[in-house]
Design a protein around this ligand. Structure first.
Ligand SMILES: *Cc1c(COP(=O)(O)O)cnc(C)c1O
Length: 341
């Protein structure tokens, strides 16, 4: 296969590059010093998402990791704990930040196959008010989780539990807009049960940098303080916020195309011998490499111009995003087929 074809990068939806129109919007952005709260474009992005998602206030931050960290620091104090999925991003993939920087203990629980934390298990994990125990303060969910959309009735049940037991509820909504598109609902309908939500602009939405944390005025004031402490106070950040605004205007609805391409890829796996479909949800396809080994698989795909990341298990995650078009999907299918031959 010719190496002059563009590389199809299926490692993550974080690899999306800003479009010329997005760069144009960034270049034109009005800016000010955001640590003084004076960047009009940052303020516009924060206000827009607060209104759109139904919260009092928003805070623009450099990354989803920092956004979740600030939420944990704002909800919890030293000696508190949050209940979280064993395989949730906030527990597993954020360097233990809440424990490292906030003396906040995680209480991880095994997630159900759909990504939910069974309400009974959460309830049993809540510690009694007793100096032997950390104070359970917060339940943290993730939507989508490995591409899966949490059931809406589960979100209501989680809220009811939190109300009954006096917990706050945070959503790692890095891919909230994927969930909204998949459900055909406004994102606001999904997050209405939550006290705070973090959304990533730099995943499938295609902005180069940035996440936004949403919550009450009081919570966001706390988070703003921690953002400065964590070194996340940016100055003329409107250039970055402009990319986020552009992404919300022009890229959110197109996430449906990524989902359709993921479904097309999943369907094409039928009957292949060396790779088997494990699951497909929203923009993610999970396959098991059942012959040829994952290193062999990665090398084969790389030679065909398709970049994938493999770990220590036979399961490989393929992520669709706006920089992979229909031609890219067909090239990927061709490469998978030739691996199976
Ligand atoms: C990507 C991601 C984050 C945040 O990631 P950053 O790389 O720090 O922006 C948080 N949660 C989930 C589920 C994610 O996929």
């Amino acid at each position: 296969m010719s190496t002059s074809l563009p590389v199809i990068d299926l490692r993550s939806d974080t690899v999306t590059r800003p479009t010329p129109a997005m760069r144009e919007a960034m270049a034109r952005a009005e800016v000010g010093d955001d640590v003084y709260g004076e960047d009009p474009t940052v303020n516009a992005l924060q206000a827009r998402l607060a209104v759109e998602l139904g919260f009092e206030a928003g805070l623009f931050v450099p990354s989803g990791t920092q956004s979740n960290l600030l939420a944990l620091l704002a909800h919890c104090e030293r000696g508190d704990e949050y209940i979280v999925g064993m395989d949730a991003h906030t527990y597993r993939y954020e360097g233990g930040g809440a424990a490292v920087l906030g003396s906040i203990q995680p209480q991880p629980l095994v997630q159900a196959a759909d990504g939910s934390l069974p309400v009974d298990a959460v309830e049993q994990a809540i510690k009694p008010d007793d100096p032997h125990f950390a104070r359970t303060r917060l339940l943290c969910l993730e939507n989508t989780w490995h591409g899966r959309v949490l059931p809406m009735d589960y979100l209501a049940a989680a809220r009811a539990l939190c109300d009954r037991r006096g917990l706050s509820l945070h959503l790692d909504g890095a891919r909230l807009f994927n969930a909204a598109v998949a459900l055909g609902l406004p994102p606001r309908a999904i997050v209405r049960h939550f006290d705070s939500v973090s959304v990533c602009l730099s995943k499938g939405l295609g902005a180069p940098v940035g996440s936004v944390l949403l919550g009450s005025q009081a919570l966001i004031a706390q988070a703003r303080r921690w953002r400065k402490v964590a070194g996340g106070g940016m100055r003329q950040a409107g250039i970055l916020a402009a990319a986020g605004l552009h992404a919300l205007d022009h890229h959110a609805a197109a996430l449906a195309d990524d989902h359709a391409r993921a479904a097309r890829l999943a369907a094409a796996l039928e009957g292949m011998s060396a790779v088997r479909l494990a699951a497909q949800h929203t923009n993610m396809v999970f396959i098991d490499v059942v012959a040829g080994g994952t290193d062999g698989f990665r090398a084969h795909m790389e030679a065909a111009g398709v970049r994938v990341s493999v770990g220590y298990t036979p399961r490989v995650r393929l992520v669709l995003h706006r920089d992979v078009d229909d031609v890219g999907v067909e090239r990927t299918i061709e490469a998978l087929r030739s691996f199976s031959e």
